[in-house]
Each structure stands twice: as C-alpha cells, then as structure tokens.
Design a protein around this ligand. Structure first.
Ligand SMILES: [Cu+2]
Length: 338
C-alpha cells in the first residue's frame, strides 16, 4: 500500500464532505473524495453524469429564461384586450416533439454506451472473486488461488477483474463509488461486476440496499495494491497458521475450540470449519473488525470477543459471556493470525 494520508483535506474536496475526518483517521481510512473516479468504469460513470448534467443544465436554463421572459413580456396590463388565442401551430408542435425526442435519444445512447464500458455482458463467467454478502459482512472467495477472507477485498492495480456478486440471505448491494457501479447482491442469483482499479490505495464502500439492523455498519474496504504486494498477500493468506506461540495464545486456541466459536467460524489447520461467520484464519491481518465497525487491535478484538453486541448491536454473533481473561486469551491467539 502507498503511504497513507491521514491529515489535511483530500485533493479537490470540500470540508463539509470530510467533517468526519477524525473518525476516518481513527479507522485507518484513506480520505478519498466521492468525486474521485479511480477506474475506467468509474470514470465512464462520472463522464455520463457530467454529460447528462450539462444537457439538463442547458434545458433548465432555456426553459427558465423563456418562462421569465414570457412572465415579464406578456404580463397583464390595464386596459389590454384579451391576447390572441392560437388554435395551434403545426411547425412549433413538431419542433417541440422532435427536439425532446432527440435529447432523450442522446441520453439513451450515452447511457447504453456507458453500460457497455462499465458492465459488458458476461458470457462465460470465470470470476476472479466471489463476493457473498451476509447480514452484515462480506465474504470474498478467490476461486483461482483458494483465498477466503472477509470485509477487506484486496485487488491488484490495473488488472481487469470480474467480481461475482451474490447473497447468503437477503438483498444487499455492493457499492464502492470510487471504483465501479452499484450491483445488487441477490440470494440464489449471480450478478457480475468488472473492475479495473487504476491506482493503489484504500477505497471505501458500503452496502447500498437496506438489509436490516446493521446495514449501516456493513462496510466494504477495497485495498488496491501493486501486483507484487498482491501476490505476497495471496501467499500469506494461503499459509496455514502454525502453533500458537506463548501461554496466552495457547489458552486462547484451546478456548476457541471449546467455546462455541467453532460453530460459526473457520480457522485453517484446526477443527473449526464453519462458514456462518467470517473466516478467521488471518483475522489478525485485517485493518478493521465487524465490516468496519471498529479498528482491529488487541483491545478492540478483546472487546469484540467479550461483547460483539456492544460494538455492533444486533449482529449475528452472540455475546458468549466469557470472562475478561478468556476474551483476552482468545484475542491474543486471533491477533497473531496474520
Ligand atoms: Cu445493506
């Protein structure tokens, strides 16, 4: 990842758009303006938006000035006769039918052209990532390499990737405005999204279809890296974690197997194989917990394990009533899973 910028205002943005800059700083987020398009797909969408905006502006100015002109020029004056009642003017009527039709046609062509750039039809889908939305977190599977992770999507820069978007429960929506179009995640259905990030960095998105109580805390964090860094990340994610080091981690590993954690989570190389919750094999390598609900460090991880409901009320991980030291031991174990 490139040097991250945590202070000051991003290029070309306004303060009111970044008034939560301090929160972003805490959450280890990059300040990227929503106007900053960072892929050919996002740029095509932005171009279409400005094109449509320009056409709308011309129409608005024309109509508004004609209205103002008519109001002033033809206002009622004392002693004036009734104005001439025009029974109809075929030439004018043709004109104001044909011109709007041409304008609509232009908008249609622009939209169709953009759709073709943004999401060309997928004929033989061989997705690079399968995005599976859950209430309220994201699972990412990389079928070619076998990596499984959650909430933080790593992508190599300048490569055109195909994402397959689906859902495990209700309708969600995958949206990272800096990178691509919005795509619905629908149960028992596959949607596709092309994505070619044009620079390295962290890009944030969120679920964009109301999906229940923690919809607002269903963040997407896309980490775009150089091909070398991405390859290194892939290798590290495929590594099966070794034996826990130190007494705390050992106790934590044992607790993890004894408590109900196993019913919902997987950790490669252990008995834990469930996919109800996020895969925790490399949870220590993630920047945040609970799809952006909190930063990932030992304190926050301990707090999460002790009482996830306090951090993300209503989420599908119950509070398991562990003691402080049990939660801490598990956290030490998990935090070491890089
Ligand atoms: Cu949602």
């Amino acid at each position: 990842m490139p040097e991250q910028k945590f202070s000051g205002l991003p290029r070309g943005s306004f303060r009111f758009l970044t008034n939560n800059a301090r929160k972003k700083q805490r959450m280890n987020m990059q300040d990227t303006s929503v106007f900053d398009a960072n892929s050919p797909q996002a740029r095509a969408i932005a171009r279409l938006f400005y094109f449509d905006l320009a056409i709308s502006a011309v129409i608005f100015l024309t109509v508004a000035s004609l209205v103002v002109y008519a109001v002033i020029r033809f206002r009622e004056r004392p002693g004036q006769a009734k104005p001439f009642q025009d029974p109809g003017n075929p030439r004018l009527e043709t004109l104001w039918t044909v011109v709007p039709a041409l304008i609509l046609l232009t908008l249609l062509v622009g939209t169709a052209y953009t759709m073709k750039i943004v999401n060309p039809p997928v004929v033989h889908p061989a997705p690079n990532v399968i995005v599976n939305a859950h209430q309220w977190w994201w699972e990412y599977r990389y079928p070619q390499s076998g990596v499984v992770t959650a909430n933080e999507l790593h992508l190599p820069v300048r490569e055109k990737w195909l994402l397959q978007i689906e859902s495990a429960d209700v309708i969600h929506d995958f949206w990272v405005p800096n990178l691509a179009a919005k795509v619905d995640a629908i149960p028992r259905n596959q949607n596709y999204l092309w994505l070619t990030p044009s620079r390295e960095g962290i890009f944030l998105g969120t679920c964009a279809e109301y999906c229940g109580r923690q919809h607002a805390l269903m963040g997407i964090r896309v980490i775009v890296e150089s091909p070398e860094k991405f390859a290194a990340w892939t290798r590290s994610q495929l590594r099966v974690p070794g034996k826990p080091a130190g007494p705390e981690a050992e106790r934590g590993a044992k607790l993890f197997q004894e408590q109900t954690c196993m019913n919902c989570h997987a950790i490669a190389g252990t008995q834990a194989k469930s996919t109800v919750g996020p895969d925790l094999t490399h949870v220590g390598s993630r920047q945040t917990l609970g799809a952006g609900a909190s930063p990932n460090n030992l304190e926050q991880l301990t707090a999460w394990i002790k009482d996830p409901q306090a951090i993300k009320p209503g989420c599908n991980m119950p509070s398991l009533k562990l003691t402080d030291s049990q939660a801490r031991d598990i956290a030490v174990y998990l935090e070491a899973l890089k």
